[in-house]
Design a protein around this ligand. Structure first.
Ligand code: HEC
Length: 119
């Protein structure tokens, strides 16, 4: 009993993540909204610029967020969403959950959508 409890606990934590992976990807509520993109640009330069470059211009891979679509294609929304929420602490990418609220994260994403390199 003592040894199986942590296993059950882990399954309980992992199962919702696995289930979510098959669901429809997260959707940007501001898609194509120019005002949201402008606000997102400013939020980006306040919060992300020092690692990802002003206006997302940087030569450093894989930090170049103008290549999100080139790198991830249709998965770019999911990659953005999961990366900004969970971060990649081992690689130096912080988690923004609880720091920037979801609507503002989507505004940043809306800005990034307007500056994607054409492949
Ligand atoms: C302290 C530095 C730092 C800050 C600040 C930062 N990032 Fe990152 N970010 C990184 C690093 C480093 C990576 C690359 C991680 C890797 O090698 O997988 C990354 C990766 C990403 C990725 C995944 C790119 C890909 O193609 O895999 C996204 C999306 C991202 N960051 C968004 C943001 C956003 C949005 C902000 C601002 C709210 C932000 N980051 C702020 C360091 C940072």
């Amino acid at each position: 009993m003592r040894s199986i409890f942590p296993v059950l606990l882990c399954l309980g934590l992992v199962a919702p993540l696995v289930a979510r992976a098959g669901d429809t990807p997260p959707k940007n509520p501001f898609e194509g909204d120019a005002a949201a993109a402008a606000k997102g640009n400013s939020l980006f330069n306040q919060n992300c610029e020092h690692c990802h470059g002003p206006n997302a211009v940087t030569g450093v891979m894989p930090r170049n967020l103008r290549r999100l679509h080139a790198r991830h294609g249709d998965d770019m929304t999911t990659v953005f969403y999961t990366t900004v929420h969970a971060g990649r602490p081992a690689k130096g990418m912080p988690s923004w959950q609880g720091v920037i609220d979801d609507p503002d994260l989507w505004r940043i994403y809306t800005f990034l959508e307007t500056v994607q390199d054409s492949e």
